[in-house]
Structures are given as C-alpha cells and as structure tokens.
Design a protein around this ligand. Structure first.
Ligand SMILES: [Zn+2]
Length: 393
C-alpha cells in the first residue's frame, strides 16, 4: 500500500487508496491547535486525557488497510478519506479517518471483523459496530473519541450489477426509460440509510459541505447507485432556507468556479449536478452562462430540477455543449404513499410517450415505501429503471 503524495483525493492506485498528505497536515494543525486549547481548559486537571497521536492514528489506518486486503484476498476496493472539516475549529472533534471497503463477498466480513478487533485491542481502542442500509460501520475510539470508521459496503446484488453494468454502455432494451433522483441527501443519517437500502439502484443527489456529504456519496457509489452533486442555488422565496454556500445571482465566473470546486470536493463520484432550490438562480441567464462552462470543463452533466417555469438553465447548458435534461415529475409534493404512487405512474406514462422521463423525490419514508412498491410494478410493465446519466443528451 502506498500513500499518495500531492493534493486531491482522486489519485488511483491498484487498490484505489486515496489519501491527501496536505489534507492531513491541515487536519494535524487544527488538531494540534484544538489539543492545545483543550489543554488550556483542562490545565488544572493536569491535561491527562490521552488520545491517539497523529502518527499512531496513521499506523492504525495502515494496519486496517493491510487487514482488509488480507480478509478480501486483495480483491476489494479501499479508499481512505481523512474526515473533512465541517465547521469552525471548536465545532470539530479530533480528525477521523474514514476507510471505505467494498466487499466482493459478504462472507469476507467475518475475518475482517476479527482482524479489526485484534487491531483495536493492540492499540487499546474500543470498537463498536452498527449496520444500516447495507453498510456495516465499525467505529474505533480512543478514550471515547472516535478515531477511525471502517465503512464496509456490499453492493445490492445481481440486480444492481445489471444496472451498474449499463452505466457506461447505452443500455440494452427498447422500453421507455425512467430515471429516479432522490434529492437532499447529506442531512440525515436515517434518510441516507433508507435510500441506500432500496433493493434497486437509483440516482442520489447529495448536498455539499454537510457532515455526511462525503460519507453518503461514497457509500451510495459503492452500493451501486449513481451520485449527483445537489448544487445549492439562490431561491426567489424568502422562506426557503439558503445553504451557507450557494450560487447567487451576480457571482462572476471565478466565484462560480471556486464554489463549484469546493462543493465537488465533499461529494466524491459525482457524475453530474442538479439544482437545489434555485428559482432565482436558474432564471438568471448571466449566472447560468458562468456555470455551464465550469461543468463542461469537468465533463459533468446538468439536470434542471425546474423549480421555476422561468428557468433558462437547460438552454444555457445546451448552448455551452453540456449534456442536460429536465425533471418531468416531482414525486412527493404530497407525502402519502398513494399520492407518490400516482406521481410515479404519471412519470411512467411520460416515459412511454417521450421515450424517457426524470422524476425527482426525496428520501421521505412515504417516498421510499412507494418506490419499493411502485418500481417493480413499473418494470413489470416494461419500463426500464435507468440512471439519470443514461437519459441526458
Ligand atoms: Zn433539494
């Protein structure tokens, strides 16, 4: 296992180990500052709290990676991500290494779990396990402070792989294509778990810069889902809660570029974007004309969520040569199973008429329930569930 030098997460090695030293340095600095601060506050108590040093933490990380490779016969994909800062200095705790593992065989979890317990014992760490949404999370902690989380992901199954395999092809079959996007992922763990646990692959759109953004995007990708950046944009309405960082009317190309780059860093594996809110932003031609070249430069496509009839985003995308499509149906404006099933039927009818349709929902319990019931029903009638990347043009 080699640790990549240089910036960015994207470096790929044989095992897809990605790690950023500069990132580590930033975190180490923050952690040192925080430790100093804690020491000041606990000075009278003698500053006796002993947590893992940076070097020890990295040693543990290396041991976890080695154990994972052994447990999976070197066939699994492993990624290491030092936890991104999610707020001010005082808002964050110590740095945590998130280690993502995709198992090719669920049986590999047994030896992996045993090895991780051994590692924890040797380093006097506690280990605690939780399983939700097809993801097993093993949390290691030093003196009550979490130091490592190993996310063990098993793809949904043969059914998912069939869809996932068509990711790069133009998808076989001639039936109408239906793409479902679940928006607003990244806020709540429970919502993400419910989306990840769906028995078929879906396109999930993850809000950037939230504590769960990276983790949810990474897990969704490993489950076999497609990931979009849910790009926050300025809304017309005063009651919509603005995101801390969003595209606003009046931003210049550089500001748009900077905001987009930062957002994409927290949403790995994004192959496209769709707008979150944005009734004001998407109806502003100048802003959309700044955005589209930035997407094109990254080979990202654009899905117009159509939060306003006055949107000019699709036209701007087309003009800039960005692959694009528009949302046809909102699934869950009314959050009841019946209403959502009816919207899903509507989307299936649109798909039959036009060849394809995009429907957008949210990970509400009623939506998850309706999709679980309605998608197999639509498929039985010849509709093909596809990723949104398969309907952009
Ligand atoms: Zn949204």
């Amino acid at each position: 296992v080699n640790e990549p030098r240089g910036r960015g997460f994207a470096r790929k090695s044989r095992f897809n180990i990605s790690l950023s030293d500069s990132f580590y340095r930033v975190i180490a600095r923050r952690r040192a500052a925080l430790a100093a601060l804690v020491c000041v506050f606990t000075f009278l108590g003698g500053c006796t709290k002993k947590t893992l040093s940076k070097a020890q933490a990295r040693e543990v990380t290396a041991e976890i990676v080695a154990a994972t490779q052994q447990a999976t016969a070197r066939k699994s994909e492993i990624t290491i991500r030092p936890e991104a800062a999610t707020g001010g200095l005082l808002a964050r705790r110590a740095a945590v290494d998130d280690i993502y593992v995709t198992l090719s065989d669920p049986a590999q979890l047994v030896p992996l779990r045993r090895s991780l317990s051994d590692i924890a014992r040797r380093h006097r760490l506690t280990i605690e396990e939780s399983a939700t949404g097809g993801v097993e999370r093993l949390n290691l902690a030093s003196d009550g402070t979490r130091t490592h989380t190993v996310h063990v992901v098993t793809p949904v199954g043969a059914r998912t792989r069939a869809v996932a395999a068509s990711r790069d092809s133009s998808a076989g079959g001639n039936g109408p294509r239906l793409a479902i996007i679940l928006d607003d992922l990244g806020y709540e763990r429970a919502a993400a778990n419910a989306a990840l646990a769906l028995p078929f692959s879906i396109t999930v759109s993850v809000l950037p810069n939230l504590p769960l953004s990276t983790e949810v995007a990474e897990e969704a990708y490993r489950r076999g889902d497609e990931v979009l950046l849910h790009l926050p944009m300025e809304s017309e309405s005063n009651d919509a809660k603005p995101e801390p960082i969003e595209l606003r009317v009046g931003m210049n190309a550089q500001e748009v570029e900077g905001a987009l780059a930062g957002m994409l860093e927290s949403v790995p594996h994004a192959v496209g974007v769709n707008n979150h809110q944005g009734s004001r932003a998407t109806s502003d031609a100048a802003l959309m004309n700044e955005l589209m070249p930035a997407l094109r430069g990254r080979n990202l496509f654009f899905i117009d969520s159509r939060t306003t009839a006055a949107t000019v985003a699709y036209g701007a995308a087309e003009h800039a040569g960005v692959r694009a499509a528009s949302r046809k149906v909102f699934l869950d404006d009314t959050q009841t199973r019946e209403a959502i099933l009816a919207q899903l039927d509507l989307a299936a009818r649109d798909a039959a008429r036009d060849g394809f349709a995009i429907a957008i929902g949210h990970p509400h319990p009623a939506t998850i329930e309706a999709l679980t019931e309605g998608i197999p029903r639509a498929e039985a009638r010849g509709v093909r569930l596809v990723f949104v990347s398969q309907v952009v043009r």
